[in-house]
Design a protein around this ligand. Structure first.
Ligand code: SAH
Ligand code: F3S
Length: 433
């Protein structure tokens, strides 16, 4: 009889893919099947995020809850970035945890499972050529890691300390994986890395130096593949060639994530982002002129140490100029082992909250204005999810989430949809063809 596995995944898309990897290994080698109710599970995995402080705090209360209600004898494993960063400390604070497995070590899942109190958190461990067995949470699209780790040193960010140096995965492995996905029915692939357009700088062995733009060209030759998405590119590496390929290659979906972080040149410098407000705007202008249908999303941090009102207004100014289609906005959260942790010119909590509110209010105004113009327009939608209330939802090529009345026959299908109602995060439409 199969054993039962419960997995909770927090954080980014890379964590989602790491969870898929671990599930694949556990299914293949240990005969586990995934279930939704942790109280029935023989193994509970929590795949953690440590980018901000709050989820780290929540981890221990959540672990306590798992421990109280889990099946007698069930194991609990803590994986991901908080595992990398806290290591042994997790076992000290939650002694009932069976193992701790870092974000750079997920290939060792079946190994740590059989060791008591194992802690595997080596951030130099090379998983770039590890051949995972297949597990996909969606049959319609597949995530593919193209690089692991991050070579940047943004002063606010803990990721380089939890995922290690950046290593690219050979393009032959990526293309093989993409073909395998397409052959099994997926029409869309989603390329993942902390810094995708820095792809190809370093491989773990001898490999042909292929850059990200060339990788996109090669992938788009896969005949049955229809859509290519990726996250996240870095504004610093958005050269002309990359923007041209993005704009003109019909298989590349027309939505670009451009993590701004701040609109102030002073703050950008203190964050060590490597670009200026002017460069960012220039890249957006090139993108908009070459590809007017593209949507642009971003990440913005408010309350970074030393951010004055004037600096914050620079972020607002970029928002007004670009009119982003989606914004992920965060209050700065000091993280251990980062440079900014030691910055003393801290922004008052209340001021940071006010700035976050102002930014989100402006964002809502921009979104409402943009979306109101979408009524009556038609998009080609690739349907991926069936909601309980008889809606089927999918995404337009430029990443708008659109739902229609419908049933599961629509899943995995492309349809033209006319927008009849708008919300801030989801649009409602009807099929026209
Ligand atoms: N390169 C990755 C970044 C991962 S972190 C990517 O582009 O996906 C995701 C986002 O979290 C960052 O872009 C940043 O906006 C935010 N973030 C990272 N560290 C943070 C911190 N210390 N405080 C607040 N937000 C942070
Ligand atoms: Fe973090 Fe900057 Fe890398 S935000 S993940 S250090 S590009």
């Amino acid at each position: 009889m199969s054993k039962k596995l419960f997995v909770e995944t927090l954080g980014c898309a890379m964590n989602s893919r790491d969870s898929e990897h671990m599930i694949a290994e556990l299914r293949e080698k240990e005969n586990y099947e995934v279930i939704d109710d942790f109280t029935e599970a023989d193994l509970i995995l929590i795949n953690t995020c440590s980018v901000r402080e709050r989820p780290v705090h929540k981890l221990f209360s959540e672990l306590g809850g798992f421990n109280k209600k889990k099946k007698p004898g069930a194991k609990i494993g803590v994986c991901g970035c908080t595992a990398s960063h806290l290591g042994e400390e997790i076992l000290k604070r939650a002694p009932y945890v069976s193992f701790v497995l870092g974000a750079r070590n997920v290939s060792k899942i079946t190994e740590v499972l059989h060791k008591d109190k194992a802690v595997e958190i080596d951030i130099n461990y090379d998983e770039s050529e590890f051949a995972f067995k297949d597990f996909r949470s969606s049959p319609f699209k597949g995530f593919i890691n193209i690089s692991i780790g991050c070579d940047k040193a943004c002063t606010f960010c803990i990721v380089p300390k939890t995922r290690g140096d950046e290593v690219s995965i050979p393009d032959s492995l990526i293309i093989r994986e993409a073909k395998r996905l397409v052959d099994s029915g997926a029409k869309e692939i989603f390329l993942l890395g902390q810094n995708v357009n820095n792809y190809g700088r370093r491989f773990s062995g001898e490999h042909e130096k292929v850059n990200f733009t060339e990788l996109l060209r090669r992938l788009s030759k896969i005949e049955k593949l229809q859509r290519i998405r990726f996250t996240s590119p870095h504004p610093f590496h958005m050269d002309d060639e990359f923007i041209q390929e993005f704009s003109t290659n019909p298989k590349i979906c027309k939505s670009m994530h451009m993590p701004l972080q701040s609109g102030s040149n002073k703050v950008l410098k203190d964050m060590k982002r490597g670009y200026t407000k002017e460069w960012f705007i220039n890249r957006v202008q090139m993108l908009k002129s070459m590809c007017p249908e593209a949507t642009i999303s971003t990440d913005i941090i408010v309350g970074f140490p030393g951010e004055s009102d004037e600096d914050f207004q620079d972020s607002i100014d970029v928002m007004r100029q670009v009119e982003f289609d989606q914004i992920f906005s965060f209050k700065y959260s000091p993280r251990p082992e980062t440079e900014a942790e030691h910055f003393t010119n801290v922004v008052d909590e209340e001021v940071a909250s006010q700035r976050l509110n102002e930014l989100q209010k402006l964002n809502n105004e921009i979104i409402d204005k943009k979306h109101s113009g979408l009524i009556g327009t038609t998009y080609e939608v690739y349907f991926e999810t069936l909601n309980r209330d008889n809606f089927v939802a999918g995404r337009s090529n430029n990443n708008r989430v659109i739902r229609v009345d419908g049933s599961e026959e629509l899943l995995g299908q492309f349809r033209n949809v006319k927008i009849i109602d708008i919300g801030r995060t989801i649009l409602t439409g009807e099929i026209v063809a």
